[in-house]
Design a protein around this ligand. Structure first.
Ligand SMILES: *[C@@H]1O[C@H](CO)[C@@H](O)[C@H](O)[C@H]1NC(C)=O
Ligand SMILES: *[C@@H]1O[C@H](CO)[C@@H](O)[C@H](O)[C@H]1NC(C)=O
Ligand SMILES: *[C@@H]1O[C@H](CO)[C@@H](O)[C@H](O)[C@H]1NC(C)=O
Ligand SMILES: *[C@@H]1O[C@H](CO)[C@@H](O)[C@H](O)[C@H]1NC(C)=O
Ligand SMILES: *[C@@H]1O[C@H](CO)[C@@H](O)[C@H](O)[C@H]1NC(C)=O
Length: 411
């Protein structure tokens, strides 16, 4: 990952307009008879490319752990897409990689696709993603009723009017609102606020799945994790011997392991070979990702994986202008669909994602491991050095989360 300036990961908050929306899974079906399900996979693919661009951007700012939810970020921007017109709209479409899905005569097509994707992912009801999205605007702006209805319909989201001049009151209100929306999982969303804030979009997501094959806590032991040649930390290392889907990307110098959850989603771990020093950020693309999934083979493996918990927040307006989405954060923002009042710009887009990885699962499925012909591949997959992980929904290949772990003891 090289050495890069270590600024900018963001735990601060600026100007004035906040929006809160809760999406996943509470979305009513709209127009979906006209949308072929292939288009959902298409949307997933496009979201994935956007996510990986965003990941690389964040990665270029620092060398630490990274964790974000591409789906949740794309979804919030789909809400802003509905709020925007003119150049601002165009930039968002391009930046999100969604131009090909835009139909001039169907302005609600993209939001409807997001809605459909969310429905598909949560169809089972078993996938538990505590997600909250909210939009807060300063009280001086009158919000268009049409927009209020749209974000309610498509994203089960609300716009809250806030007096940003009252900093303490706003912070208290926003934190409480987010706390409510996330069932107490995110309690301190923000601590500072710029009194000039006009519009703020916040989204949060928490994930803890149950492994299809849980790790036995009795086998978890403290072991070294090699951050680099100089830094070694002790981590609780989980252990499981079983059949797994795995593959080796020889060209990249990395191995891939799939760990399925019970809810139709899986974690894919990308472990660079020893000495590769994860300088492979640029190689991580949506196409690559799909090729890994396609080439997985079932083999018997001893797996070691650290327990970890990550809680990361990013002020996305730090990164997005560099990705071609600048006008929405500037004086030339066109947010006429949100409010006819002049001069409204988006002050802050805050994303916070939380994940906990541990042994949990329901009763061990005690799968029998006999009768497997192992290839001449390694029989161990020890995640004892920095790695990447991706959590995706199998049926749609939708990327729910991605991250990299440099130091599992930091959260
Ligand atoms: C979910 O999307 C996938 C991929 O497009 C599709 O095959 C599947 O039928 C969809 N499932 C539901 C329940 O809509
Ligand atoms: C903003 O977008 C709307 C709709 O796309 C357009 O009619 C309007 O002219 C734009 N306003 C500015 C100031 O660019
Ligand atoms: C949070 O939930 C409590 C209890 O349901 C409610 O009284 C309060 O108004 C909510 N706060 C916000 C900011 O939505
Ligand atoms: C862990 O060890 C305890 C004590 O030896 C034992 O009772 C328990 O069944 C073990 N748990 C599992 C999941 O094997
Ligand atoms: C839930 O999703 C999983 C994985 O896609 C699938 O195997 C299972 O049949 C689904 N359950 C229901 C009730 O649809």
């Amino acid at each position: 990952m090289g050495t890069k300036p270590q600024n900018m990961v963001v735990h601060k908050m600026r100007m004035g307009f906040i929006l809160v929306v809760a999406c996943m899974g509470f979305l009513a079906p709209v127009h979906q008879a006209h949308i072929p399900s292939t288009t959902i996979s298409d949307l997933s693919f496009k979201n994935m490319d956007f996510a990986m661009n965003l990941y690389r951007k964040i990665s270029s700012y620092h060398d630490n752990n990274i964790f974000l939810s591409p789906l949740s970020v794309s979804t919030s921007f789909a809400a802003l897409l509905m709020a925007s017109g003119g150049v601002t709209h165009k930039e968002l479409l391009q930046g999100l990689n969604l131009e090909q899905l835009e139909r001039a005569d169907q302005p609600e097509l993209i939001p409807a696709l997001f809605q459909l994707l969310h429905e598909n992912i949560t169809r089972n009801g078993s996938l538990k993603l505590d997600q909250g999205m909210a939009l807060f605007t300063d009280q001086q702006f009158v919000v268009e009723e049409v927009f209020k209805d749209q974000i309610k319909t498509f994203f089960e989201a609300e716009i809250k009017s806030v007096d940003f001049a009252d900093k303490e009151g706003s912070i208290r209100f926003i934190n409480e609102y987010i706390k409510n929306k996330t069932e107490d999982k995110v309690t301190e969303m923000m601590s500072t606020l710029d009194a000039l804030t006009e519009l703020m979009l916040i989204n949060t997501i928490f994930f803890q799945g149950s492994w299809q094959k849980p790790f036995n806590p009795n086998n978890t032991e403290n072991e070294p994790f090699y951050i680099n040649s100089y830094n070694i930390v002790q981590v609780p290392m989980m252990f499981l011997a079983d059949k797994f889907y795995s593959m080796e990307d020889v060209a990249l110098g990395a191995r891939v392991l799939k760990l399925p959850y019970r809810e139709g989603v899986s974690m894919l771990i990308l472990l660079p070979n020893k000495g590769m020093d994860i300088v492979i950020d640029d190689a991580i693309t949506a196409k690559k990702f799909l090729s890994w999934i396609k080439n997985l083979q079932k083999i018997k493996l001893d797996v070691k994986l650290p327990k970890f918990k990550m809680e990361e927040s990013y002020s996305l307006q730090t990164f997005l202008p560099d990705m071609g989405m600048a006008s929405i954060f500037s004086n030339s923002a066109n947010l006429t669909k949100l409010s006819k009042d002049k001069g409204l710009t988006v002050s802050e887009v805050l994303h916070k994602a939380v994940i906990k990885v541990d042994e949990t699962g329901t009763i061990a499925a005690a799968a029998t491991t006999t009768g497997i012909t192992a290839y001449s591949l390694p029989t161990t997959f020890f995640v004892n050095r920095p790695f990447f992980f991706f959590i995706y929904h199998e049926a749609t290949n939708c990327l729910l989360f991605m991250g990299r772990v440099i130091d599992p003891t930091k959260n």
